[in-house]
Design a protein around this ligand. Sequence first.
Ligand code: NAD
Length: 433
Amino acid sequence: MSSSSNASREAAERQAKESPVSESALETARRQLQHAAESLDIDPNIVERLKHPKRVQEVAVPIKRDDGSVDVFNGYRAQHDSVRGPYKGGLRYHPDVTRDECVGLSMWMTWKCAVMDLPFGGAKGGVAVNPKELSETEKERLTRRFTEELREIIGPNQDIPAPDMGTDPQTMAWMMDAYSMQEGETTPGVVTGKPPVIGGSEGREEAPGRSVALITRLACEYYDRDLDETTVAVQGYGSVGANAARLLDEWGATIVAVSDVNGALYDPDGIDTNSVPSHDEEPEAVTRDADTVISNDELLTLDVDVLIPAALGNVITQDNAADIEADLVVEGANGPTTATADSILETRDIAVIPDILANAGGVTVSYFEWLQDINRRAWSLERVYDELETEMERAWRAVQTEFERHDVTWRDAAYIVALSRIAAAHETRGLWP
Ligand code: NAD
């Protein structure tokens, strides 16, 4: 259990007061790129190229509402870099979707694919719409029209979307169908995250949570921590959080707190994770039968060995980073730690295993799905799990090597692995014409 010295806590608090409050996904992605580039001997022209997306497709998506009226929504697809292979990344339906957000998130996808050594580049897209305000048929019409607007720039060898916030396997099924109908042939490899009955992979849904658990186990091994003697708090009990918590529980760790949007269930003796309904099984029921409920803020600062933020971004901030008591933070959510919080945690010697490594099981099993679609041959769940474990271990070892070689944070080490691979590919292919 770590408790920082008063001096380092005061330094952390000082740092927090002096730092800017927040930055956009694009600013974060550019800053992280610049930061990693400083640790490497990379041609600055390549870094300059990587600050800009290759293309952003901005489209109007008109749909007929159930009452006969027509509404028009803005849709985007940002394609960042394809030097290592086709673009890959999610599509979200959310009112806050913007061009810049898509660009920033597409850059993250480039690093995530490269750290996992997948033959993909980064993309991200979405429609600025509240999916809760659409009926099922309106959602289907929106998805089919959006697919048509993107049809020229997506495809199994060009750009392969996947589900993200507000979209799900059914959305991907409609996309695959709309694309296939227009192309005149069934093309399952155009999207991943589909239902298995039309070419989706077994194990895709639980993959990000599984990779978070695998990386947590590897990190505990690295720090000589026996899982049987490790306490864990998990924020968010959805696809990522619940799958990670249940696996770690199965492997011997003691899960002392799990939460949803309403608060956290806390039991210092350990929670039976299978008896707590995940978001998918029953939304927002984590604290329903709880004896002790604490707030999500309290969960983050519990005196545990491992903290897994797996709900949403920007939860570890300059306001609470000085109070985090865990020795190890494993990022299940995308971007849960702000830049300022990151440096405070570094000052306090708290290891943070970054999202681009920890939750990359999702895109890795998406890659397996794409392979299965191209080969028209489904893998067993067992094979998916085995290959995922192999890939996560391989990526962990690559990051560990840079962590030790450069004496940097785990986040910087992961960016160094990613950027070196991308830069080497750019250098080898050259700039044409
Ligand atoms: P989900 O919708 O399945 O579950 C989210 C959970 O977080 C729910 O339990 C919800 O109640 C809880 N939550 C929501 N708001 C909260 C709040 N303010 N405080 C505490 N808890 C809150 O979502 P998910 O798919 O598990 O995604 C979680 C995070 O992981 C997101 O950041 C997502 O971008 C990231 N992620 C997801 C995947 C994936 O494929 N599912 C892959 C990589 C990263």
